[in-house]
Design a protein around this ligand. Structure first.
Ligand code: MLC
Ligand code: AMP
Length: 486
């Protein structure tokens, strides 16, 4: 039995798999009350990354519900959107977020439960039977349509995503993962928490990213697996450069002992890879994936990892490159990546037309362009200029434009991502003001902060006169991007 193995370390405490099982049965009990099964009712939760998060996630599943993780970095309007779009019947918040969530729950007619209450309930013994085709989770992610869409996975799909990672990266019970990613997105949830727990490994969860804390833990030499986005490695390199020589040495020595360090969610700059290798001896394993598919391509665990490449298909994943009319392109020719396999998502929640449009002959269309070179894939970019990847977050330019247009001083706007060393891309906006209106970047940021998550707030603004109405279209956006790049 794995009862006594340490499952989660958070807040300075270790929790065993037995503790996790008990706590999640308590959450299930509080959710079910007198019912036998939630029958896929959506339960949205806003819980700080840590043991309680893992217990709530599992508790929702034990009760037969669909887990909808909310983002701790989101302001109320964005949380409200996800709660309403998912049609959440119940919300769960920890003490840090109850004041935010309770009014949203009241407005949406959803029951509101505090983590503390849930963990006081008697653990439920009798739990509903969960067939593999049941819906398990909805994760919100942006696309080329204006508002974020809920990506639905079943228990079988999540199982397939996790199995592929266990096989490709040799996850094992003796692993000790350091998890510092947000837990409302696939990278942190599936690649991190679920993979570690699937093999009864230890998952050490930090409540938020902090470079010095991460370095201290890597420096301990206790961590065997680490996975992060390029911006995090960029920040870690900056912290290492700023540290004293003896601190650097200790950090590097510990990091050198890690079994596996991975990077993904956005393109890993070759300089970051080289510099990381220089100070830790670790060649980051870069892989490529999506919320909709789990991991698609990966550099090898053993064998040569190629800088600037994302490797070969993950186990059980079929990949093809096609031209605009869906014809296969030959090796060496760029094409859109399409994916098929048991780990591809079920549907966009409540959006049958979007779901249908995302597939071609049973293949999921990723919207990413790649080229196959000497047996490995190299990513070339997105097919849509309206998708920005900033700090590892996927952001829809159209969504930001829609919000900015609500500002009383703004007549028209065009948002693009501009290449940035730290963030990968930085959100910028060209804005046409209404006659006689004035607006500074500072004012715009203040205003946007209450409406958009931090990574969606424009970092630079240019005021232009008579921005053409179709500047938001594909044709003029490259000109807008050039305006900022210059
Ligand atoms: C925040 N800031 C930004 C920004 N985000 N500035 C420019 N661009 C951005 N994108 C600013 C804030 O406004 C603030 O400014 C300051 O930076 C610190 O903000 P923060 O929110 O505290 O940032 P920080 O915690 O440092 O976040 C950086 C980060 C975070 C890299 C840790 O962005 C992160 O966790 N990213 C991971 C996203 C992720 O998990 N993606 C996976 C998606 S799944 P000020 O002025 O107020 O100080 C997926 C599939 C796959 O993609 O393949 O994995
Ligand atoms: P998300 O919708 O947040 O799951 O983001 C998925 C997108 O992240 C993919 O479609 C890619 O555009 C991008 N992505 C993931 N991994 C990589 C990588 N290694 N290099 C470049 N882009 C990546």
């Amino acid at each position: 039995m794995n009862e006594d193995r340490v499952a989660i370390i958070s807040g300075g405490r270790s929790h065993t798999y037995g503790d996790l099982d008990r706590a999640s049965r308590q959450v299930a009990s509080a959710l079910l009350q007198s019912a036998d099964d939630l029958h896929e009712a959506r339960v949205a939760f806003l819980v700080t990354p840590g043991f309680a998060y893992a217990a709530v996630q599992r508790g929702i599943w034990h009760a037969g519900g669909v887990a909808v993780p909310l983002a701790v970095s989101h302001p109320p309007p964005e949380l409200d959107y996800a709660i309403r779009d998912a049609g959440a019947a119940c919300l769960i918040a920890d003490d840090a977020f109850a004041a935010t969530l309770v009014p949203l729950g009241a407005a949406a007619g959803a029951r509101c439960l505090r983590v503390g209450e849930a963990l006081d309930a008697p653990p439920r013994r009798e739990l509903p039977h969960l067939g593999p085709t049941r819906r398990a989770m909805i994760v919100y992610t942006s696309g080329t349509t204006a508002r974020p869409k809920g990506v639905v996975t079943t228990h079988a799909i999540l199982g397939a995503e996790v199995s592929a990672m266990i096989e490709a990266w040799d996850w094992r019970p003796s692993d000790h993962l350091l998890l510092t990613l947000p837990l409302h997105h696939a990278h942190g949830i599936v690649n991190g928490l679920l993979s570690a727990c699937a093999v009864s490994a230890t998952c050490e969860i930090l409540p938020a990213f902090d470079a010095a804390t991460v370095w201290a833990r890597l420096g301990s030499g206790e961590i065997t697996v680490f996975t992060a986005v390029p911006t995090i490695y960029h920040r870690l390199l900056a912290a290492w450069d700023a540290a004293e020589p003896d601190v650097r040495r200790a950090w590097s020595d510990g990091a050198r002992r890690t079994r596996l360090m991975m990077c993904g969610s956005a393109a890993l700059p070759v300089q970051t890879l080289a510099r990381w290798r220089e100070i830790t001896g670790q060649t980051l394993l870069e892989r490529y994936g999506m919320t909709e598919t789990g991991m698609i391509l990966s550099n090898p665990l053993r064998g040569k990892r190629r800088a600037g490449s994302v490797g070969t298909p993950m186990p059980d994943v079929e990949v093809r490159l096609v031209d605009e009319s869906g014809r296969l392109v030959p090796e060496g020719t760029p094409g859109e990546i399409e994916v098929r396999g048991p780990l591809v998502f079920l549907e966009y929640w409540g959006r049958p037309a979007d779901t249908q449009a995302a597939f071609r002959d049973g293949w999921f269309r990723t919207g990413d362009t790649a080229v196959l070179e000497h047996g490995m894939y190299r990513l070339l970019g997105r097919t849509s200029i309206d998708i920005i990847k900033t700090g590892g977050y996927k952001v829809s330019a159209l969504e930001i434009e829609e919000v900015l247009r609500l500002h009383p001083a703004i007549e028209e706007c065009a948002v693009v991502g501009v290449a940035d060393e730290e963030w990968g891309e930085r959100v910028v906006a060209a804005i046409e003001l209404r006659p006689r209106a004035a607006l500074s970047l500072d004012e715009l940021q203040q205003w946007a902060r209450d409406r958009l998550a931090p990574y969606k707030v424009p970092r630079a603004m240019r005021t232009v006169s008579a921005l053409p109405r179709n500047a938001v279209g594909k044709v003029l956006k490259p000109d807008v991007a050039a305006l900022f790049a210059a």
